[in-house]
Design a binder for this molecule. Structure first.
Ligand SMILES: Cc1ncc(COP(=O)(O)O)c(C=O)c1O
Length: 389
């Protein structure tokens, strides 16, 4: 209970409103399974198949990543001790940046501590007052925060609406124009028409900032959304991606022209005012990039599983919000009904929690498929969903 000099509870009303609307969020930490599985988890002493992880390739527990972490831990210790611009960086951070730039086909790459940090601090470094940002209405919260912090005029366009983007770009006479979009939308699992948005950027002299958090390691044989659409990197395109999802590690990158990474190195507050990632996180990400490049079977297995689950769900006639990726959300009614459905799945050994507003406007169960799920896992989920119907 929070008290302030005997004046009573400070946040009682806010908490009550959240509880009354079923909007309280609860942290459910995993217990160990003794082996670091990525497809299973243990909660409240119950072993469950995990359909709520972004570890799409199962790399978080891959022996090569774990070995890279242990080796680098012995060489560099754990905490970085200071920001990259002081003494926090290591040769592994620099190696990861070089490998990321080569992987994405860009002149340079800059490492940041998380996808949240990248979006909330790189966007304000790229656009400011007098500039214009166009942002998709379903962009990730970290993009929304980056736009707010930028002080640029931000126009939110309807989800993936090319006609709105075109109209706004034709009408607005701003200094710099920046279009910001997720490539794979994290809560719908659909894919932005990056090729056609890029055409509009070229026609109107706008910069394109792509959040490839859920496309890295997933689309374009793992290389991301540009490869998926057969596009080449270009000076006006800024590719942000994360190591924290399909790459099984931690951190994020901005892959772009060197002029852009140079600017960010000197102005991006998330880089300047935050302790660098541990060297062992960079080591894990290097190992993960190598695996995606060398073991194409991982990405193949992810898509085989995705297709199998998606077809099964389609046969059940559930609304999947336009999913075209391993993120397959399903609509299961009101918030109360969706919470009950998640509980039903939990009792069938399946972990698939409810995604509540304000993360989404329509409550849903967000299923994610990974390369490590077995056919049995997928069938168990499909059978349980059939029972639910
Ligand atoms: C589209 C998108 N961008 C950025 C992020 C943030 O990435 P990170 O978890 O590395 O902070 C997420 C994670 O939820 C995301 O879904």
């Amino acid at each position: 209970m929070l008290c302030f000099q005997g004046e009573g509870i400070l946040f009682e009303n806010e908490l009550k409103i959240l509880a009354d609307q079923d909007l309280m969020r609860h942290i459910r930490d995993r217990q160990t399974l003794k082996v670091p599985f990525s497809r299973k988890l243990m909660l409240n002493s119950t072993e469950l198949v995990n359909f709520a992880s972004n570890d799409y390739l199962g790399l978080s527990s891959h022996p090569k990543l774990m070995e890279a972490v242990i080796q680098s831990l012995h060489l560099y210790g754990f905490g970085a001790g200071s920001s990259r611009l002081l003494s926090g960086g290591t040769e592994l951070h620099a190696e990861l940046e070089d490998k990321t730039a080569a992987f994405k086909g860009t002149e340079a790459a800059l490492l940041l501590n998380s996808g949240y940090t990248a979006n909330s601090s790189a966007i304000p470094a790229l656009a400011g007052s007098g500039d214009l940002i166009l942002s998709d209405e379903l962009n990730h919260a970290s993009i929304i925060d980056g736009c707010r912090l930028s002080r640029a005029r931000t126009i939110v366009y309807s989800h993936c609406s090319l006609s709105e983007i075109e109209r706004i770009l034709s009408e607005e006479k701003a200094g710099r124009k920046l279009i910001v979009t997720d490539s794979v939308f994290s809560m719908n699992g659909d894919i932005a028409p990056i090729d056609r948005i890029n055409d509009l950027c070229l026609a109107h002299g706008a910069l394109l900032y792509i959040d490839d958090a859920h496309a890295t390691g997933v689309l374009g044989r793992g290389r991301g959304s540009l490869a998926h659409f057969g596009l080449k990197p270009a000076d006006h395109i800024i590719q942000m991606g994360t190591f924290s999802k399909a790459l099984g590690s931690l951190g994020a990158f901005i892959a772009a022209a060197k002029e852009i990474t140079d600017l960010l190195t000197s102005t991006c507050r998330g880089l300047i005012f935050s302790t660098a990632l541990p060297a062992c996180a960079a080591a894990a990400s290097i190992a993960a990039l190598k695996l995606v490049e060398q073991e194409s079977s991982l990405v193949d297995a992810l898509w085989t599983n995705r297709q199998r689950l998606f077809s099964g769900i389609e046969r059940l006639g559930l609304n999947t919000f336009g999913s075209a990726s391993p993120i397959i959300p399903i609509q299961t009614g009101t918030l109360e009904q969706t919470i009950r459905h998640s509980e039903f799945l939990f009792n069938r050994g399946i972990y698939a929690p409810t995604i509540k507003p304000p993360s989404v406007s329509i409550p849903r169960i967000r299923l994610t498929t990974t390369a490590s799920h077995t056919g049995q896992d997928l069938d168990a989920l499909l059978n349980a969903l059939a029972e639910l119907r």
